[in-house]
Design a binder for this molecule. Structure first.
Ligand code: BV8
Ligand code: ZN
Length: 256
């Protein structure tokens, strides 16, 4: 059973104007997306350097494509969960709200979030490594074997950030700026081991944000956080939403 959210924090949260949510694989766990480091985690079965690096792609594009096609098909079958939906609502509740994600599963957008900073790319997008031409999943999943560009014959790859590759500059700059100006920073469902993404909660704390962690397990961030909400994001995020709406409607009634 998830512990109730402290009322004192709900009042602070309901008054906040600049809120940032930072998500990892844990926010999609309740939708059925396997996490990376959990018991059934992806990295238990495969080594990241074997599949999520350019050298792996150059060594065996077939193996890397087989793995991403498998994940594309899983993700196409699943739905966002109440955690994703609550975050989509937050965008309408706070004047300055930013959603920063490490997830490539596109579930935030599918749940209605409009401003999503994708630090590690998106599994719904693909592009030609030679001419940069974009390709949809519908096209690449029809290809037998490694998809080829029909313009220049180049190899097509998923538009995700592999280990050793730099993050998309604009997404990183927007995320850093949002983290450094946040009043409340929520770190949700991430083990905080992949950099530079994992430095964002610390940047926010250093810039004066009230740092909240939502995770069923403690992580390296837990000791730094101002508040640790131990539990599943699919339960805690709707509770935060309900709390903010309750407090705000009570206040507006009070003003009547
Ligand atoms: C780069 C896309 C250099 C692909 C991904 C500094 C120190 C040490 C190492 C480095 C460093 N700087 C760089 C490195 C190397 C490396 C790195 O960080 N390695 C780690 C492993 C040590 N970083 C890089 O290579 C980065 N690039 O540095 O380039 C550079 C610089 C300049 C110029 C050129 C090059 C690129 C990293 C991005 C890699 N791509 N994904 C794909 O997915 O296939 S990373 C991928 O793994 C995810 O995107 C995510 O970031 C990460 C997984 O972490 P989480 O999302 O946190 O998931 P995890 O399973 O670990 O944890 C889930 C959590 O949820 C758990 O805590 C669990 O308890 C919780 N949970 C479970 N259920 C629930 C829940 N929470 C809430 N509710 C629930 N129901
Ligand atoms: Zn091409």
């Amino acid at each position: 059973m998830t512990a109730p959210v402290p009322e004192e924090f709900l009042r602070r949260f309901a008054r906040a104007e600049r809120v940032v949510a930072f998500t990892g694989a844990g926010v999609s766990a309740e939708s059925g997306v396997p996490t990376f480091r959990g018991a059934e985690g992806i990295w238990k079965k495969f080594k990241p350097e074997e599949l999520a690096t350019m050298s792996a792609f150059l060594r065996s594009p077939e193996l890397v494509w087989e793995w991403y096609s498998h994940r594309k098909r899983i993700i196409a079958e699943i739905e966002p969960n109440p955690g994703h939906h609550a975050l989509a609502r937050f965008e309408h509740l706070f004047p300055h709200f930013a959603l920063i994600t490490q997830n490539i599963d596109n579930l935030h957008r599918r749940s209605g979030s409009r401003t999503v900073y994708e630090l590690h790319g998106n599994i719904e997008r693909n592009y030609c490594v030679k001419c940069g031409a974009p390709f949809s999943n519908a096209v690449v999943l029809r290809a037998s074997g490694v998809p080829r560009c029909d313009r220049c014959g180049g190899t097509v790859r998923p538009d995700v950030v592999w280990f050793g590759e730099s993050l998309p500059e604009e997404q990183w700059d927007l995320s850093l700026r949002a983290a450094q100006s946040a009043e409340v920073f929520l770190s949700i469902g991430t083990s905080g081991v992949v950099y530079p993404a994992a430095s964002l909660p610390l940047q926010a704390k250093r810039s004066g944000a009230y740092l909240v962690e939502i995770n069923p397990e403690p992580t390296p961030l837990t000791d730094v956080a101002d508040l640790f909400l131990q539990g599943r994001s699919g339960e805690i995020l709707p509770a935060l939403l309900e709390g903010v709406e309750r407090i705000r409607s009570a206040e507006s009634r009070g003003m009547e």
